[in-house]
Design a protein around this ligand. Structure first.
Ligand SMILES: CC(C)(COP(=O)(O)OP(=O)(O)OC[C@H]1O[C@@H](n2cnc3c(N)ncnc32)[C@H](O)[C@@H]1OP(=O)(O)O)[C@@H](O)C(=O)NCCC(=O)NCCS
Length: 188
């Protein structure tokens, strides 16, 4: 478990699946978070998908995000590349009451600390809808910079949207977040 001041990142437990399914079934959240069309899925399908990730820790590292003792979302490192030392970051705060209060960026900072300090990655990258201003702002606060923009690349929610690549290098992480490397005490 990775502990920060605002959020805890911990392993998924069997009792978490109904809540995770509820959050991944929120179409509005899905449209912000994903470039794939929304497809309805059962609790069993969601549980199987996550359990499949757990079997492949060399490819995906999955955490649930807890705040105030509540499960508010999930996040992961994926596309782990052991040669180039790069990985991708994904996050979803499914509980809308927790948006815009710093919980997402707190979780991202902990995930970056895990990627750089504990896993010795060189770079973390992500993709985001160009018009997802909340997410872009949260990532920018954590030190990510735009690295590429595929114009009108994805059809989401009735329109073509830009698909943006953002990245942060290890040296930018140290510079962007002094003291950030101790943000997660790793205890527990
Ligand atoms: C994106 C997400 C992880 C961010 O987490 P969060 O806790 O809401 O974000 P934070 O509070 O840390 O930061 C959000 C920032 O965006 C700002 N913001 C919100 N709406 C905005 C808008 N329309 N335009 C510009 N900035 C905006 C907030 O004011 C805040 O900035 P500030 O701290 O300088 O005031 C979370 O909102 C989420 O999961 N959303 C739904 C799914 C999603 O979009 N996932 C990301 C996929 S790439």
């Amino acid at each position: 478990m990775l502990k920060g001041d605002k959020v805890v990142l911990r392993a998924v437990e069997s009792g978490d699946f109904p809540r995770l399914h509820e959050m991944s079934s929120d179409v509005g959240v899905h449209l912000l978070a994903d470039d794939e069309p929304f497809i309805p899925h059962s609790l069993e399908q969601r549980e199987a998908e996550i359990k499949d990730w757990l079997k492949k820790p060399e490819q995906v590292v999955f955490f649930v995000i807890e705040a105030d003792g509540r499960l508010i979302g999930d996040c992961a490192l994926h596309h782990l590349d052991s040669t180039s030392r790069t990985c991708a970051l994904g996050i979803m705060i499914g509980d809308r009451a927790y948006w815009d209060k710093g919980y997402g960026s707190a979780a991202v900072r902990i995930l970056l600390d895990y990627a750089f300090r504990l896993r010795n990655f060189h770079k973390v990258w992500l993709t985001v809808r160009g018009d997802n201003e909340r997410a872009v702002r949260a990532y920018t606060k954590c030190g990510f910079v735009e690295e590429g923009r595929m114009r009108q690349q994805v059809w989401i929610d009735g329109a073509y949207r830009d698909w943006v690549y953002m990245g942060i290098l290890r040296e930018q992480w140290s510079a962007a977040a002094p003291g950030g490397e101790s943000s997660a005490d790793g205890g527990g």
